[in-house]
Ligand binder design. Structure first.
Ligand code: HEM
Length: 197
């Protein structure tokens, strides 16, 4: 506690800022740094980036119904899997923007998640990493709507989030079951995905 007080007093003394303002500026500087870094590639990383790009250029695979738990596996930690992100329960393949959403990217925290609330609030707070948009104001919902339009325009929709007990095939939590299910729906959803672009 004393340490925290010393820290906040020092911040105020040296910067003239309140701790909240100081940490907000620090977070914004971090995002700026990560975004700018993402624009450059170290020579050693070139081969890895090339492999990632090859993957990103693959045709998005339709997933059909996916639970939140299953979606987590598509957060970019496994480079052989597509990078997925959801807005308002609709899942998009964001593999082509691996520099934003892939590991180490400025928006990596959104990958494998429904980030609706965080996007509506323009927040990086982990507690806002949810598809629950209850209690948002009209202007926040409008911000979210703009994000949704951006994603519909830029990415292919590859599925939708379902609650765990909606689909019987999901109850095992078995990914191969999910894949089989996705395959069945593949053609139909592929069309739908392209329509939304
Ligand atoms: C200092 C603050 C920020 C800076 C400098 C910044 C900068 C940028 C830049 C340069 C891009 C690339 C735009 C493009 O090429 O299409 C971008 C994309 C993006 N920003 Fe930020 N941003 C900031 C804050 C935020 C916040 C607070 C959020 C949400 C919580 C956010 C979410 C996003 C997302 C999701 C994308 C990627 C959109 C896509 O997939 O095309 N940004 N940002």
């Amino acid at each position: 506690m004393a340490l925290w007080e010393t820290l906040t007093e020092s911040i105020n003394h040296y910067t003239g800022l309140s701790p909240a303002a100081f940490f907000t500026i620090l977070a914004l500087m971090y995002v700026t740094y990560k975004v700018v870094c993402g624009m450059f590639v170290a020579a050693d990383d070139y081969a890895a980036v090339k492999r990632a790009n090859e993957f990103a250029l693959r045709e998005p695979v339709q997933m059909g119904d996916v639970t939140e738990e299953e979606l987590r596996a598509y957060d970019g930690s496994d480079p052989s899997k597509p990078l997925l992100m959801a807005i308002k329960g609709q899942i998009y393949d964001v593999s082509r923007s691996r520099m934003f959403y892939g590991p180490g990217g400025p928006y990596a925290l959104f990958a494998g998640r429904d980030a609706s609330r965080a996007l509506a609030l323009m927040s990086f707070d982990p507690k806002d990493l949810t598809g629950n948009i209850e209690g948002l104001s009209a202007s926040e919902l409008e911000v979210l709507q703009d994000w949704e339009y951006k994603f519909m325009e830029k990415y292919v929709k590859v599925g939708q989030l379902v609650s765990k007990n909606t689909s019987e095939s999901k109850e095992t939590g078995n990914e191969s079951e999910a894949s089989k299910h996705a395959e069945n729906k593949s053609e139909e959803k592929q069309k739908e995905g392209h329509e939304t672009q």
